[in-house]
Design a binder for this molecule. Structure first.
Ligand code: PBG
Length: 332
């Protein structure tokens, strides 16, 4: 970098920090409500809600209440919600057939939301884990997670979600070749405007623990997800995955988890200039909430600081369980 500033005392950085107005003038990034995507957990029932103990403030809700939450999100200016179903264990099978049932819980919730609040973007999760008796994101045979067979199942699932009215599909499964297969099927079936936000760089992370409680997958999962999710040690591989998914037709890409992987967000944005998102996952939320509840951190301040960090790292938006709380603060 060329030296373009005078030495002290001609240059004093504290001048532009001296008051709120000047700080606001030189602020390089900002967090807005339109940056937020709110993940919601949906369950069967009516007028029912169930707290997720490892995610204080987060609840699973029946469809009618999820519709209310989506309506609230829309009135707060949040552009998108992302649905995750808590599936009845009796519907979980080894071949995950419930995943592409057009009337499954997730698809009914999508339809109900789009009927009530057509303006809000509904994003769905494309992965088999909520429907799989062994908790994996792909079909398991003899202990092996089958790639190509899983992709075929995921394509059926994607088409059912698009048919239900999902605006953005979020393949979070990490099978190889799924983006291209889904895009081709969506085009062939007339879903030209159904977008794909690929969980392109998704790491095998211990930060997903509370989420697996929320969707009831913790008990079901046999083993770990390391043969399909990424090794947290890798960076070049993340770039190759993002490039691969973009070349197969992903409209947007995601890095997940968020806070421990901000370096990856920055690299992805600088390299590809594509719409880039991060998922501030359940464990990150739990961590901040736990410290705040103990009085060890100022909860509101760390929430806003952590989300601003995603913008500084180059992200266009972030999936966060804090979405409605942040939106209310930003609305004043
Ligand atoms: C599953 C899925 C996971 C999350 C989103 N989709 C968990 C996993 O891969 O085991 C995690 C989200 C979070 O932790 O908030 N396909």
């Amino acid at each position: 970098m060329p030296i373009n500033q005078a030495p002290f005392p001609a240059t004093r950085f504290r001048r532009t920090r001296a008051d709120a107005a000047r700080r606001s003038m030189v602020r390089e990034t900002g967090l807005c409500t339109s940056d937020l995507i709110w993940p919601l957990f949906v369950m069967e029932g009516e007028g029912d809600r169930h707290a997720v103990p490892s995610m204080p403030g987060v609840e699973r809700m029946s469809i009618d209440l999820v519709v209310k939450a989506a309506t609230q999100a829309h009135s707060l200016g949040i552009p998108a919600i992302c649905l995750f179903p808590y599936v009845d264990p009796a519907l979980k099978t080894e071949l995950c057939e419930e995943a592409w049932n057009p009337d499954n819980l997730s698809n009914r919730a999508t339809k109900a939301i789009k009927d009530a609040v057509p303006e809000i973007v509904v994003m769905t999760d494309v992965a088999l884990d909520p429907y799989n008796s062994n908790g994996h994101d792909g079909i398991v045979r003899g202990g092996e997670i089958m790639n190509d067979e899983s992709v075929a199942a995921l394509v059926k699932m994607a088409l059912a979600q698009a048919g239900a009215g999902a605006d953005i599909l979020g393949p979070s499964d990490m099978m190889d070749g799924r983006i291209g297969a889904m895009r081709a099927a969506l085009e062939a079936e007339g879903f030209q405007n159904t977008a794909i936000m690929s969980y392109a760089a998704k790491y095998a992370s211990a930060f997903y623990g509370p989420f697996r409680d929320a969707v009831g997958a913790s008990g079901a999962l046999k083993g770990d997800k390391k043969t399909y999710q990424m090794d947290p040690a890798n960076k070049n591989e993340a770039l190759r995955l993002v490039e691969r998914d973009l070349s197969e037709g992903a409209d947007m890409v995601m890095v997940k988890p968020g806070m421990p992987y901000l370096d990856i967000c920055r690299l992805v944005k600088d390299r590809f200039h594509a719409p880039t998102f991060a998922y501030q996952v359940s464990g990150e939320y739990a961590m901040l909430m736990a410290a705040a509840q103990n009085g060890w951190l100022d909860g509101e301040a760390v929430m806003l600081e952590s989300l601003l960090a995603f913008k500084r790292a180059g992200c266009d938006g972030v999936l966060t369980y804090f979405a409605p709380r942040v939106a209310k603060i930003l609305a004043g």
